[in-house]
Ligand binder design. Sequence first.
Ligand SMILES: CC(=O)[C@@H](O)[C@H](O)COP(=O)(O)O
Ligand SMILES: NCC(=O)COP(=O)(O)O
Length: 250
Amino acid sequence: MPAKLSVNLNAVAMLRNRRDLPWPSVTALGRIALEAGASGLTVHPRPDQRHVRFSDLQPIRDLIDDEFSETEFNMEGYPNEEFLRLVETHEPEQVTLVPDDPAQATSDHGWDFRKNHNLLGSVVGRLKKKGFRVSLFADGDEDAEALRIARETGADRIELYTGPYGGCYDDPEKAEKIAAELARTAAIAASLGLEVNAGHDLTVANLPLLVKHVPNIAEVSIGHGLTADALEYGMAETVRRFRRACGQAV
Ligand SMILES: CC(=O)[C@@H](O)[C@H](O)COP(=O)(O)O
Ligand SMILES: NCC(=O)COP(=O)(O)O
């Protein structure tokens, strides 16, 4: 089954925030992405609202409910009380928990599952009680014990952090090596009953090798590289290009 594509709208929101004007519209670009066959929309409402604002969340929820009910909303964030309240208010189908410090420039590492198993156990328990699918951001080099701990939190999925893989755009040998390590981690995760997502710095160029090595990726969430391409090809054509790169028949 080819990986599904969830379009991350952070970069669209970042562009919108440059001026006190309502364009580019996060929901308008989200609609084009879903019309072109994306399986969902992802946002990462950071505490400083540098890009996606809390006021963007309900319009995205309404867009999916009213016009694309077969697609999904995925919210990413650090599980502080503010974020958990946003999740419980806007009810995304999936919540992706990341260990980000508010001052971080971007998400650049996964959870230390051994160190955070109490925090994650309690937060995942709260989210599972409310029926959310929970994914935990992972470095992708975890051993079986760490992945077992991740599974024992009650989480449904891990999301492989593919930043280092994306950074190998000029080093095919290193890309191959990292893809093989991600495949190893994904296979152990699957054997423990965890589904596998992936995301960060993925592009049309690097997706084919990743999905070849890691055929059990359920969903990739992509924003930066996809938005860059959308400036060149338009959002609709870009989503089709990324879907093909995931191995989808388009
Ligand atoms: C979790 C992850 O890798 C990305 O989805 C993250 O949302 C990127 O955040 P910025 O768009 O703020 O860089
Ligand atoms: N979880 C990854 C994501 O949503 C987007 O990451 P990027 O493509 O903006 O690097």
